[in-house]
Design a protein around this ligand. Structure first.
Ligand code: PXP
Length: 239
């Protein structure tokens, strides 16, 4: 059965809009866990545009499920992860100008460089996931890096409509199957919402779905507890 990891960056984005203390993403993580979230995900960006170092330190002390730290594969961020010791580090590409993570990480041609960073994290018992496009070549390359997990980028599926969406869904299914065959644990995320999540949750062997924007958007209207509970139901429901 797939599980839900709630991405709380968007709470920090609202806080940073005023530069004050509210709303606190650490409080949001506690409420999300009480409502049934099985993991908490936070992306510490190099420009610190939403999550701050203080948030990550506090999350490490308070998260009772599993903390997934998303970050760029840079020496600064690897050092940070080694210091914080989250349950999992997810390596993502990062561009300062982007609004959100736009594509999967470039793995092909960087296997050796990534393998060195991943080895240092795994030595400290930190699971390592690579955020990849649903592409067999990227998955093959991910295996060579020593990563334990891949997170399949669901943004292409989420943004597509009609037949194009069906095609993107097939790509996700094929990528999940290939990753599983290679011994990787399969997570997925980006752009998933209350209307499009069910088929992805039902993919055979699907692990954690990392979902942020749709949950926090709904929370603004109906409250975070209800928004998380509604999503947990959909994620657990096998289509
Ligand atoms: N997974 C990764 C790697 C991401 O970068 C993001 C966006 O922060 C998410 C999942 C969550 O995406 P969304 O906010 O669209 O649900």
């Amino acid at each position: 059965m797939a599980t839900l990891g709630v991405n709380i960056d968007h709470v920090a984005t609202v806080r940073q809009a005023r530069g004050g203390q509210d709303p606190d993403p650490v409080a949001a993580a506690i409420i999300a866990e009480l409502a049934g979230a099985e993991g908490i995900t936070a992306h510490l960006r190099e420009d610190r545009r939403h999550m701050q170092d203080r948030d990550i330190d506090l999350l490490r002390q308070t998260v009772r499920t599993s903390l997934n730290l998303e970050m760029a594969a840079t020496p600064e961020m690897i050092r940070m992860a080694l210091d914080v010791q989250p349950a999992m580090a997810t390596l993502v590409p990062e561009r300062r100008e982007e609004r959100t993570t736009e594509g999967g990480i470039e793995v092909r041609g960087r296997e050796k460089e990534l393998a060195a960073s991943i080895a240092s994290l795994r030595e400290q018992n930190i699971a390592v996931s690579l955020f990849v496009n649903p592409d067999i070549h990227d998955i093959r390359a991910a295996v060579k890096t020593g990563a334990t997990h891949v997170e399949l980028h669901t943004g292409f599926y989420s943004n597509a409509t009609g037949l194009a969406r069906d095609e993107e869904f097939e790509r996700l299914k094929d990528a999940a199957l290939a990753a599983k065959k290679f011994g990787l644990i399969v997570n997925a995320g980006h752009g998933l919402d209350y209307n499009n999540v069910s088929p992805v949750a039902a993919i055979d062997g699907m692990g954690e779905l990392n979902i942020g924007h749709s949950i926090i958007s709904r929370a603004v209207l109906v409250g975070l507890d209800r928004a998380v509970r509604d999503m947990v139901k959909l994620v657990h429901l096998k289509a």
